[in-house]
Ligand binder design. Sequence first.
Ligand code: ADP
Ligand code: MG
Ligand code: MG
Length: 251
Amino acid sequence: TQLLNVSALSAGTEDKPILHGIDLTVGEGECHVLMGPNGAGKSTLGHVIMGDPAYRVTSGSIAFAGQDVTELSADKRSLAGIFLSYQAPVEVPGVPLYSFLRSICQMRPELKTTARKFRERVGAIADQLELDQSFLMRELNVGFSGGEKKKIEMLQLLLLQPKLAILDETDSGLDVDALGIVSRGIQAYREQVGGALIVITHNTRILERLEVDRTHVMVRGRMVAEGPASLIADIDKNGFERFERAGEKDD
Ligand code: ADP
Ligand code: MG
Ligand code: MG
């Protein structure tokens, strides 16, 4: 069954159109990869699906789990089961990561639990990610590294168990440690939660272990190609040039 249906979506900032007539359908539990050259609008699409108020939808619609969410706030979309990986926690000195995660869960009826059960759950997730438990006691302080932000994202992903996770791997400079954690996190999400995934990445190391159902290519705010998993290897080898040329006649 269909989970996400983005239809003829155009959006941008107050003064700048960025996305033009985007169509994208994701079925329950499916794994999609979104590729495209820098500046194509991949991150913007993720943010617009999440309901980031920095962007405005000018036409088209976003349906999720049978509901039109085009006008819904990001909070409500999150409760409906959409997760976007950029949502790094606010930086609050003095508040440990553990307490932050606990407070997120307590806000959700389906995740609310006793302190003891929560401790067990978070501990199990940290083990699974091969994250040192001491990381949970880190303060939500200014200055998390790119890798540390990724670790927090994976903890949130496995705790919240969304129906759809959009993972925007904007940090190309992840170290081996962080890459491993992202990779393990994605696999655990696929295996245990069975949720759908949109991965925005060029990193073939992360994609190696994923069974991809569909690949999408964006150029200059438009979807220009869609194909099977094998499209990733094609792009890896040949780049985006042929798609960029195909996109030009529209401009
Ligand atoms: P990608 O993720 O594919 O690299 P982005 O979605 O980040 O592309 O950006 C697409 C285009 O929209 C770029 O030209 C970028 O500068 C512009 N853009 C994205 N977000 C904003 C914003 N909040 N304000 C102004 N311009 C933006
Ligand atoms: Mg970019
Ligand atoms: Mg981006």
